[in-house]
Design a protein around this ligand. Structure first.
Ligand SMILES: [Zn+2]
Length: 432
């Protein structure tokens, strides 16, 4: 999701919408009266749902989603429905995380619109609810903006659709309601493409491979997939081959100052460091870089914060399952199984033997040191109280894996698997 530059008038419209929201909430101004008239019987329906009215700042603006809700109410000037209007989807609707507990919607103003109806549907629910009704007269300009103030900062996902009420020459009718809407979420994920350009190169003339380059490829694809398919926003520790954080760069951020990568997740809900795995030299009696596909398994290393966070473990399980499945489908792993953990007591303590095993499934693991996290990157995320993972997607010491990476099929497959895992862990839906 890309931030669209909007005219200054949009900012004014946003202020207007927020002011209107507050005014309507107290029901004490002329503007609020306009909203009550527009809302009609639907306003009563909304008000009768006390929980909605309390928790959703804009719900008492009503909407009139059912045609019969307009029966028997006072007509007001500018009411498209009363004068025989229709609802049409607005153009260029954009939704974006605005803060930990708010989502901003922007769309193009429709020249003949009298009002805009904003509807939203929570992930996992079939019900569209009225979120706001904005008088077009109060949202003049080329663009309109409205901010959904969520009831908490807990990660949540909604689908949004906005329709404009416009006059119609064909009598009263409504647009169909089958618009699937656009997903958005307040979830903020910090992605850390492991290492930096040129790191962990494998001497392979046929399929040249470099972990520090490939992790960036996966991370950029994951960022885009999360935004486009799930409406999830990411911050990145790097978007190029080089990394700079806190005055440090490449080598230091892969060594003595590596915890700064994890600390970059401050204010995020989740930290994920993306990697590909290796093994001890000549593991399993095979040359170091000629390992069998049976060694390929995702290992999700959790930090101490994630270890005691039920939802974080659900995300870790789902990422592991999705990556294992994707690897098996691509033929770079012998099987697609992953062992999910049902609680912190089932976290596997990482070991070389497990890492290099050709018979065990991948699972969620932990590696402690001195009462904290062994890996500096995970310690960094723990320092800022953020659940964090290192995702070891699979072994780059397997020739088939390097071949899939060189052919370009692996990075998008793993990125989609990671995104599906994150979404499943939070109970989010994919856009239709
Ligand atoms: Zn690595």
């Amino acid at each position: 999701m890309k931030k669209m530059p909007l005219p200054a008038l949009v900012a004014a419209a946003l202020v207007a919408a927020v002011v209107l929201g507050v005014a309507a909430g107290f029901g004490a101004t002329g503007v609020a009266r306009t909203f009550e008239q527009l809302a009609g019987a639907a306003g009563e329906k909304s008000a009768s749902n006390e929980k909605d009215a309390r928790t959703h700042a804009a719900s008492d603006q009503g909407s009139g989603t059912a045609p019969e809700a307009h029966d028997g109410r006072e007509k007001s000037e500018g009411d498209a429905m009363a004068s025989g209007g229709e609802l049409v989807n607005v153009e260029n609707l954009q939704v974006e995380r605005a803060s930990a507990s708010s989502i901003e919607l922007t769309w193009d103003a429709a020249g003949n619109a009298t009002a805009y109806e904003v509807e939203r549907r929570a992930a996992g629910s079939d019900t569209w609810e009225a979120a706001a009704r904005i008088d077009a007269a109060d949202a003049a300009g080329t663009g309109v903006a409205w901010t959904d103030e969520l009831d908490s900062a807990e990660p949540q996902q909604y689908f949004y659709r906005v329709r404009a009420a416009v006059p119609s020459a064909q009598g009263e009718k409504r647009a169909s309601s089958d618009d699937a809407g656009i997903p958005a979420s307040n979830l903020l994920v910090c992605l850390d493409p492991g290492h930096y350009a040129g790191c962990n190169e494998v001497p392979d003339a046929e399929s040249p491979y470099c972990e520090g380059d490939f992790t960036l490829e996966v991370a950029l694809a994951l960022r885009d997939e999360l935004a486009e398919t799930y409406g999830v926003t990411c911050v990145m520790t790097r978007e190029t081959g080089s990394i700079t954080l806190g005055g440090m760069s490449d080598e230091a951020l892969d060594n003595t100052a590596i915890q700064l990568r994890g600390e970059a997740a401050a204010d995020c809900d989740l930290f994920i460091s993306l990697h590909t795995n290796a093994n001890l030299d000549n593991a399993n009696g095979a040359p170091t870089f000629e390992q069998p596909t049976s060694i390929t398994k995702p290992i999700v290393l959790a930090n101490t914060v994630a270890a005691s966070d039920e939802r974080a473990l659900a995300v870790a399980n789902a990422i592991g399952e999705e990556v294992a499945d994707a690897s098996a489908r691509l033929g770079i792993a012998r099987k697609g199984a992953f062992d999910p953990v049902r609680g912190p007591q089932e976290l596997r303590t990482w070991s070389d033997a497990f890492n290099d095993s050709t018979t065990e499934n991948g699972t969620v693991s932990i590696r402690r040191w001195n009462g904290g996290d062994y890996y500096g990157v995970l310690r960094g995320a723990a320092n800022v109280s953020v659940p964090g993972f290192i995702v070891e997607h699979g072994h780059h010491t397997v020739p088939e894996m390097r071949q899939a990476a060189a052919e370009g099929t692996l990075a998008p497959a793993w990125a989609e698997a990671d995104a599906r895992g994150i979404a499943r862990g939070y109970g989010f839906e994919a856009a239709q």
